[in-house]
Design a protein around this ligand. Sequence first.
Ligand SMILES: CC(C)(COP(=O)(O)OP(=O)(O)OC[C@H]1O[C@@H](n2cnc3c(N)ncnc32)[C@H](O)[C@@H]1OP(=O)(O)O)[C@@H](O)C(=O)NCCC(=O)NCCS
Length: 186
Amino acid sequence: MVLSSDVMFQKRILLRDKTEISLEQLTGKERAREFQLFINKLILERAYLIHSKQFSLAEEKKWFAKEIAGNRKGTNIYLKALFRGKLVGSCSAMRGIGKESGNAELGIAIAKGWRGKGLGKVMLKEMIGLAKRRWKARNIHLSVFEKNKRARKLYASVGFREIARLPGWIDHHGERMGKLILVLKK
Ligand SMILES: CC(C)(COP(=O)(O)OP(=O)(O)OC[C@H]1O[C@@H](n2cnc3c(N)ncnc32)[C@H](O)[C@@H]1OP(=O)(O)O)[C@@H](O)C(=O)NCCC(=O)NCCS
């Protein structure tokens, strides 16, 4: 079956250091175990993510089934970044529901060792393009821990601006920190 790029996104990109990466939407053929390892590594390194504990394989399978269903229905978009078939980055978008269906919320995580090479920026830009084309998204937004300087720099560089600041919102391993809501400038 031939799928147009807007049904099943797939693209090869070159990073700054000329490494070739494949950006692909979920197909449903992936192994939940790989995603479990990917997210659990981020949780272990105490990355500035919302999750507070590692995921079991059963939990990850449940998440994966939901994500696949959302991608098929068109309510979610999940892009994976692969280097020689190995998962090195992920970017997700969730369409708002009902009266908020003109909005899209994004999330992103790049594996340690793959950061600072431009991958986050490319994935974010591709996802913004997809959310605009598929959903005609008017408000593209995300949230970020105040202390996540690297992510904030990336978001600012693609055109996000802060619209709200929630002080002391997060308990990051015992440290209270604020959360910022950012929206992409129109
Ligand atoms: C935040 C994150 C997604 C950035 O992805 P990345 O692939 O490292 O970012 P890029 O290499 O595309 O860099 C994009 C911009 O981020 C900034 N940046 C990248 N590396 C940086 C570093 N080491 N220090 C400070 N800023 C940095 C730069 O402004 C860069 O723009 P430039 O290359 O035009 O100067 C990644 O670090 C990550 O996944 N971190 C852990 C999980 C996380 O924090 N996710 C975001 C939750 S809101």
